[in-house]
Design a protein around this ligand. Structure first.
Ligand SMILES: *[C@@H]1O[C@H](CO)[C@@H](O)[C@H](O)[C@H]1NC(C)=O
Length: 255
């Protein structure tokens, strides 16, 4: 069931997986085979993931996996509108450090015919995001055009990922395709650093103090609000990587 491990690496890396021209398949000869029984497979999949996550940190072009520590995002933009605040923010040259330190704590597998639901809980001691940002915002009737660098550090991230997928056959092999994904990270603490929010550095510092005091609220709004931007990208990248992972060879036949 290494396909699930690879899927999870892509999930945790925010979709660091892309397809090369020629399809090559993941070879899991040195990895354990998992029981076909869903109730027993979870522990085995967890061990495989904890083996593969540090191993593939530099990526594997043959498997369509980009390096994910740091994980680089060229550009991403979000539209935002709620109450008195609306606008658009785009980030560029973003580097995320820490993904390869992910420890999978628990994997739960539910099978229903060709459908599979995975629940994965993982822990990450620290994560660091660096990059540039640019925004156009309307706060009440005040127009802001902040632009600058940011450095966000997250501490003790607990990631809960739920995916719905289905098996399908191609070229006489069996594959998994993810149909839906939900990611729900909990964070113990966060430090936000940025410049360029206001032309005046003292106002910048004030704004950052506010942001650092209220990050829980900000984060609670931003994550669901931006889901439409990141979820489809994630799904596409994961599914591209999963085309490299025929699953039959990784599962024990029924006893
Ligand atoms: C980013 O911020 C963290 C925590 O505040 C700090 O330890 C780190 O050195 C900073 N990184 C850079 C590149 O400025």
């Amino acid at each position: 069931m290494q396909y699930i491990a690879v899927a999870t690496i892509c999930l945790l890396a925010g979709g660091a997986c892309a397809a090369p021209a020629e399809i090559k398949y993941l070879n899991g000869d040195d990895l354990p085979k998992c029981p076909a029984d869903a109730d027993q497979a979870g522990e085995c999949i967890k061990n495989i993931m904890n083996e593969l996550i540090p191993r593939l940190r530099k990526g594997d072009p043959d498997l369509g996996i980009q390096p994910y520590d740091p994980f680089v995002i060229d550009r991403l933009s979000f539209q935002y509108s709620s109450g008195a605040v609306s606008g658009r923010i785009s980030v560029r040259n973003v580097k995320l450090y820490g993904f390869a330190e992910h420890k999978i704590e628990k994997v739960n597998v539910k099978l229903d015919g060709d459908k599979v639901k995975l629940r994965i809980v993982s822990q990450l001691p620290k994560m660091n995001l660096l990059g540039n940002y640019k925004a156009e915002m309307l706060v009440n009737s005040l127009q802001l055009k902040p632009k600058g660098n940011f450095n966000v550090t997250l501490f003790d991230v607990e990631n809960r990922v739920v995916t719905d997928g289905e098996f399908y056959n191609k070229d006489g092999r069996r594959f998994l395709r993810i149909k839906d994904i939900d990611v729900n990270p909990k964070i113990r603490d966060m430090i936000i650093k940025a410049n360029g929010i206001f032309p005046d550095p003292e106002l910048d510092e004030l704004a950052l103090n506010v942001a650092n005091s209220y990050w829980r609220d900000i984060y609670g709004i931003i994550l669901p609000e931006t889901r439409e931007s990141w979820a489809p990208i994630m799904l596409r990248l994961i599914n591209e990587a999963l085309t490299h992972v025929p699953i039959d060879q990784f599962i024990h036949g029924p006893e």
